[in-house]
Design a protein around this ligand. Structure first.
Ligand code: ADP
Ligand code: MG
Length: 233
């Protein structure tokens, strides 16, 4: 589903340059649930933004669902982004003056899905995250966990191939974090490929594979069974 080869990324600031990704290689198969771990500043968001086509790499290869992601026009990139990718952020990024249902329906509006179908799909995904009764509520009337569930429904509504979540539990207490991760696991069980950026060990352990970033490279990449087995020797 995702394949990256020797990915490099630097940020230029004046005459200085900060080399953040220094040759990243990895592959994600369809149906995986991968945690990308690393301390703050290790380049997790940079990597996720490149995978999400929100930013470009300086060099290296990126193939998404068989499509080489390189030198795409803005329009083409936006098209692929809409078709392939759903985003979940730490800060939910909901629109405050729109109801839960309207928030979920919004990406479908941009995809020019007709109104009735939009409403139906949005309601279907709100139901999947357990928030159908909250459809008419504004974000300010929802708890943090509920807001993130709305954001997850919104990410899923366009039926992307891959969900990318950047610290999805970063703004939540631990009980609520586990609830959100339970939901992410459930969505993954239904076949969705999901990448979760986190710096929290317990959150990473709720994924099926853990990739560790350090100083711009992958220093460890293990299936969860292997991580668990090593913990109990
Ligand atoms: P993480 O998500 O792991 O905390 P980031 O990918 O956000 O790390 O950032 C990696 C490094 O790149 C940090 O040192 C950060 O300050 C720097 N950085 C991130 N975005 C930019 C930017 N747009 N311009 C300059 N430096 C940036
Ligand atoms: Mg980050």
């Amino acid at each position: 589903m995702i394949e990256i080869k020797d990915l490099h990324k630097s940020y230029k600031m004046g005459s200085n340059s900060l080399h953040v990704l220094k040759g990243i290689n990895f592959k994600v198969e369809e149906g995986e649930l991968v945690a990308i771990m690393g301390s703050s500043g290790s380049g997790k968001s940079t990597l996720l933004n490149i995978l999400g086509m929100l930013d470009g790499a300086d060099s290296g290869e990126y193939t998404l669902d068989g499509v080489p992601i390189k030198n795409l026009s803005e329009t083409k990139a936006a098209q692929y982004r809409n078709k392939f990718l759903g985003f979940i952020f730490q800060s939910f990024n909901l629109i405050n003056y729109k109801s839960a249902l309207e928030n979920v329906a919004l990406p479908l509006y941009y995809q020019k899905v007709p109104r009735k179908e939009r409403q139906e799909k949005a309601m279907k995904y709100l139901e999947r995250v357990g928030l159908k009764p909250w459809a008419d509520h504004l974000p300010s009337e929802l708890s943090g966990g509920q807001k993130q569930r709305v954001a997850i429904a919104r990410a899923m509504a366009a039926e992307p191939k891959v969900l990318l979540a950047d610290e999805p539990t970063g703004a939540l207490d631990s009980t609520t974090s586990y609830e959100v991760m339970d939901l992410i696991q459930k969505i993954n069980d239904d076949g969705n490929t999901i990448l979760v950026v986190t710096h929290e060990e317990d959150i990473a352990h709720m994924c099926k594979r853990i990739v560790h970033l350090k100083d711009g490279i992958i220093v460890e990449d293990k299936k969860i069974e292997q991580v668990r087995a090593e913990q109990y020797v």
